[in-house]
Design a protein around this ligand. Structure first.
Ligand code: MOS
Length: 713
């Protein structure tokens, strides 16, 4: 059962529209909230005239800093970020929430918001890291992420001196925006001092904790429900303005309030992948062995709250090299706060590193794949630890074979088919194995069905499905006897669905809860119960005079010290072919092969989708995605999907995904790694490397648009 490519257990509910998302809960008496956002990036509000807005039929309230209740805006550490909740008239960034209009219907709320007459005292906003007077900040180490800001090992000067071939280049990735299919949405309802929130989130527990803090409530007074999330990619991993603002509005109008954001409102306000520049120095000896590797990352950040994109992480361990340095510097600006976006750090870090590796391989006249094998790291040289599991060489081998890498023509610009120049490229993928605490419960009912629950989320990844598989497997039951429920803070708590943790961590909790249930039944029946025999469970319950029996995970768990003994990462290899139009210089990806090493795969269908989704997002990163800010006004210019270009089906080749499936029981009892993020890592480099092979043009600044190919050629 575990591993079987079964269809999503929630698939039917989704395609028939029965799956309810946050904005689809309509409690009795619900009103519609509409967020008012600043049209400047820095300054203060001088005045707000809301008379016309209030006169719109159906408008219930206009809430601004003038009349908003006092709440706790600031966070007390952890992963979360401060959001501005109408506590004063200060504007910190473009599109900051500066009010909520509440009305009987959405149209009235939107219309009334447009009638607000807001006068600002505008100040010049700093929104470009290269502007005058910018200061580079060396942020403190981040113990929560387990990441030091700066590391140096060996002797960089000596490494540079030893290098026979060298590349010294800077790689640039613009700001990117998550753009999940479902924008942020919250429905909030108060009952006395108890708050219930239906939320589009990657983490119900985090939302609960944050709302409790904002409204000075005990955690138990806040219930967060999220049965479905229409994608997150990191932007729903923490609390943003929509959530507390909906609750605040509901409190003011004394009725439930639903607050949706439209696409444009989410640009720059609910996190984004920050603009980064990576200065790489890399060198090798005559045999192609690395002698030096450095990466100095510079990035945009918000003045009001720190966030560091750890672009240097892959530099530190991905290849064997005696002299390595990675540093991170933040330039603080008048912008919204950046946040985690699918493989934060690794997605960008692998673009720079894997492009530079390609450049150096070519400079050394060694095949790029061979070059990576020469520099393969048998252990993690940064942590000086063995890998819990690493089958990267096998990924290279399988990928090269499936792709036909041996047919590569090393001479750039030498393959022309019609009016297209055709090229191939490859890159390594990597993402760490993180772990968050998680719990689950399993309940046997007298009809022989089992209900398994955990306060986790399914952000479109397949959590419902694989947890059902894991439970059925642990209990020896057919799938249809098991129901898995999630997305409710009244369930046993789990972590954020981020960091590619849910499958393995919640999966382990589910497995434990089921094993605990079998033990309970064994005790009740006076014998060992290996699995639930559909013919005997009822008898056990009946004999014990019970209608149900429930067990919780975590009884047997000992402190897991495996991360002190092993370096734990997933690995993979991407191979791609591009066709570049000789007249327009437009780049199309025409073939793709990905081979991933992520331990045991729990469901081959959903896992393949995860990797294909990561590759798709990576192709967007490589070719089209770019959130642009007009630095004169600090405003995002292309804040919709007509102007911010995510890839569509017509942009996608068939993505050939396979797995080198070696279970990693050092990581967890299921032997699996998460796969939500690794798919995107290395993708942009593979594309850039293929563009070079096709044209001889090296693009170091994403996205690889036709103007860049043309200008550089
Ligand atoms: Mo992710 S960027 O860990 O949601």
């Amino acid at each position: 059962m575990l591993g079987a490519p079964i269809n999503r257990v929630d698939g039917r509910a989704k395609v028939t529209g029965r799956a309810k998302y946050a904005a689809e809960y309509h409690p009795q008496g619900m009103k519609y909230g509409w967020l008012v956002q600043s049209t400047i990036a820095r300054g203060t509000i001088e005045s707000i005239d809301d008379s016309k807005a209030k006169a719109v039929p159906g408008v219930v309230a206009v809430i601004t800093y003038k009349n908003a209740p006092k709440v706790n805006e600031q966070v007390e550490g952890g992963f979360d970020n401060p959001v501005h909740l109408l506590q004063n008239n200060r504007i910190h960034h473009d599109r900051q929430g500066i009010g909520v209009v509440v009305a009987d219907n959405l149209e009235a709320a939107i219309h009334a918001a447009s009638l607000l007459d807001i006068k600002y005292k505008v100040e010049q906003a700093d929104t470009n890291i290269h502007g005058p007077g910018r200061k580079e900040i060396a942020p403190p180490d981040n113990p929560a992420m387990g990441v030091p800001t700066d590391t140096t090992r060996g002797d960089i000067k000596a490494g540079l001196a030893q290098a026979k071939h060298k590349i010294d280049a800077t790689y640039i990735i613009p700001r990117e925006v998550h753009c999940p299919m479902e924008p942020h949405a919250t429905t909030a309802a108060w009952s006395g001092n108890t708050l219930t929130v239906w939320e589009a989130t990657q983490g119900v527990s985090g939302v609960q904790q944050r709302l409790a803090h904002i409204f000075s409530l005990p955690k138990e007074s806040v219930r967060v429900i999220c049965k479905y999330t229409g994608g997150g990619f990191g932007c729903k991993g923490s609390v943003w303005v929509n959530t507390p603002m909906a609750a605040l509005a509901a409190k003011v109008v004394n009725a439930p309030v639903c607050l949706n954001m439209n696409r444009s409102q989410t640009f720059g306000t609910v996190g984004f992948r920050p603009y980064t520049e990576q200065h790489i120095q890399i060198g090798c000896d005559e045999k192609g062995r690395l002698t030096v590797l450095t990466n100095i990352g510079r990035m945009e950040g918000a003045k009001f709250s720190e966030y560091v994109e750890y672009v240097g992480m892959p530099t530190r361990f991905l290849y064997s090299c005696p002299n390595v340095e990675a540093k991170h510097r933040v330039i603080e600006l008048d912008i919204g706060k950046p946040t985690f976006m699918r493989a934060p750090g690794e997605a960008e870090g692998t673009f720079a590193l894997e492009s530079a590796m390609d450049e150096l391989a070519i400079a050394t006249n060694i095949d790029p794949l061979e070059f990576r094998l020469i520099n393969h790291a048998d252990k993690d040289e940064q942590k000086n630890l063995p890998y819990s599991s690493k089958n990267l060489k096998e990924c290279y081998r399988v990928g090269a074979e499936r792709f036909g890498w041996s047919k590569r023509n090393a001479k750039p610009g030498s393959v022309r088919v019609g009016n297209k120049l055709v090229g191939v490229g490859m890159a390594t993928a990597t993402y760490p194995v993180h772990a968050f605490p998680a719990k689950a419960t399993a309940r046997l009912n007298s009809d022989g069905t089992v209900l398994v629950r955990s306060g986790t989320q399914d952000i479109g990844t397949g959590t419902y499905t694989i947890m059902t598989q894991i439970a059925a497997d642990a209990l020896g039951l057919p799938l249809e006897k098991v129901t898995f429920e999630l997305g409710d803070t009244t369930f046993a708590p789990a972590g954020v669905s981020g960091g590619s943790t849910t499958a393995a961590c919640v999966g382990t909790a589910v497995k434990e809860a089921c094993e605990e249930l079998l033990e309970k039944l064994a005790t009740m029946s006076g014998g060992e119960v290996k699995s639930l025999d559909p013919n005997s469970y009822a008898a056990i319950l009946a004999k014990a005079n019970q209608t149900e029996v429930e067990a919780e995970s975590g009884k047997k768990v000992k402190a897991d010290r495996s991360s002190e003994k092993y370096s734990m990462h997933s690995f993979g290899a991407h191979f791609c072919e591009v066709a570049v139009d000789v007249d327009t210089n437009e780049v199309r990806v025409t073939r793709w092969v990905s081979v991933m090493d992520a331990g045991k795969i729990f469901n081959h269908k959903t896992a393949t989708s995860q990797i294909a989704g990561g590759v798709t997002m990576g192709i967007g990163m490589a070719l089209t995605e770019e959130s642009l800010v007009d630095s004169r006004y600090g405003r995002t210019m292309n804040a919709d999907l007509g102007e911010y270009h995510v890839p569509v089906h017509a942009d996608m080749p068939v993505i050939d995904v396979s797995f080198v499936e070696v279970p990693d029981y050092n990581a967890n009892p299921l032997g699996g790694h998460g796969i939500g993020e690794i798919g995107i890592t290395g993708v942009a480099a593979a594309v850039a490397n293929a563009v070079y092979n096709a044209t001889g043009v090296r693009i170091r600044e994403l996205p690889i648009t036709l103007d860049k190919v043309m200008q550089t050629a």
